[in-house]
Design a protein around this ligand. Structure first.
Ligand code: PLP
Length: 381
């Protein structure tokens, strides 16, 4: 299997698994217990907190462990609104992940006003329009650092600074950015940042929320006072240890892997162009994750191509994994001005440090073969 769906999830690094195993076995303490097994669990968890903080350029006490990206996002958004009951407006973008998008739709039903910034053809918002949306009644801005479908990066430093200047709480969904591009929250003045271990070779169902020091954040769940009262529930110690290890490994690998992975992706794109002269690539290539490509093969049905590739042993994606059951064309591509027909012809391939150069020609050959077995839509009828 050639796995090119790393924005959906990544394989766990064997070193991460090794670090986790003792905490699924004999190291069974509850980190809230004062005895030796409890203290050992707490020490492992606090080491992981340092590792995650180092990945973000943050302080360890600014890291709250959660049950993954979706929970972090819900905690950040709901928490910011609960802390400012007088403010009812949220500013976000039109290309958010479903975790943010569906929560914002729910908040609208609850009476909040949601401003969804449009994006240009490259998938980036207009900063002037963003600045104009930052009125006094805005409780929170929440936007994605790197889009999961296209890999396009938002101008996060400027966007966070503008919100900070206006004293508006700023949350960034960095689930796809973490581990793929450097993150330094010393420069990006966001107040909250979400991330998820399974996107950078850690385990599923565990993540973190960075909460800038001094920001009071009511917890989403009520229960015990774990995570300094910011996230109730006994901590997922093996998962947290895995998250910490994955963060450290990702940071160490980044300088060498970012350019290597970008070369794999660029070689793959060049091969697609050679084989399909009418391929249309989506997103601003100057501001993009190094691992992601998303393009339309006009006339082909992407779902059928994906099924054909799957039979040939290549895993890729149509839109995002979370929305692949949807009949609608990708909301991200549509917001970028891509027509429904073209969006339905679009595939995403996402690489990781576990991919090798040998896989690029093999995946290209499989794509060519899958396409040759399908009659392009509109031809022959
Ligand atoms: N945000 C983005 C940009 C994502 O790609 C994902 C992954 O699916 C999430 C949030 C949700 O993260 P999780 O799967 O950990 O809930």
């Amino acid at each position: 299997m050639i796995y090119l769906d790393n924005n959906a999830t990544t394989p766990v690094d064997p070193r991460v698994l090794e670090a986790m195993l003792p905490f699924l076995g004999e190291q069974a303490g509850n980190p809230s217990s004062p005895h030796a097994p409890g203290r050992a669990a707490r020490a492992a968890m606090e080491r992981a907190r340092e590792q995650v903080a180092a990945m973000l350029g943050a302080r360890a006490d600014e890291i709250v462990f959660t049950g993954g990206g979706t929970e972090s996002i819900n905690t950040a958004i709901r928490g910011a609104l609960a802390a400012q009951p007088g403010k009812r407006r949220i500013v976000t973008s039109s290309i958010e992940h479903s975790a943010t998008m569906n929560l914002c739709a729910q908040l609208e039903r609850e009476g909040f006003q949601v401003v969804r910034l449009p994006v240009d053809r490259g998938g980036r918002p207009d900063l002037e329009e963003y600045r104009n949306a930052l009125g006094d009644d805005v409780a929170l801005v929440t936007f994605i650092w790197a889009n999961n479908e296209t890999g396009v990066l938002f101008p996060v430093e400027e966007m966070a600074a503008l919100a900070d200047e206006r004293r508006i709480v700023c949350h960034i969904d960095a689930v796809q950015a973490a581990g793929k591009v450097p993150i330094d929250l010393g420069h990006v003045h966001a107040h909250m940042v979400s991330l998820s271990a399974h996107k950078f070779h850690g385990p599923k169902g565990v993540g973190a929320l960075f909460v800038r020091s001094g920001l009071g954040l009511p917890p989403l769940l009520r229960g015990g006072g774990q995570e300094s009262g910011r996230r109730a529930g006994t901590e997922n110690v093996p998962g947290i240890v895995g998250l910490g290890e994955a963060a450290e490994l990702a940071v160490a690998a980044l300088p060498a892997e970012m350019p290597r992975v970008a070369t794999l992706r660029d070689d793959f794109e060049a091969g697609v162009r050679e084989r399909f002269s009418d391929a249309r690539f989506h997103g601003d290539t100057a501001h993009r994750l190094p691992n992601t490509t998303n393009f339309a093969l006009p006339g082909f049905d992407a779902q059928s191509l994906l099924a054909g590739l799957d039979r040939l042993g290549v895993a890729c994606s149509v839109g995002s994994a979370c929305t692949s059951g949807e009949v609608d064309a990708s909301h991200v591509l549509r917001a970028m001005g891509v027509g429904d027909e073209e969006a339905r012809s679009s595939l995403r391939f996402s690489f990781s440090r576990m991919n090798s150069a040998r896989e690029v020609p093999a995946a290209l050959a499989a794509l060519e073969q899958a396409a040759s077995r399908l009659a392009p839509r509109g031809l022959g009828d």
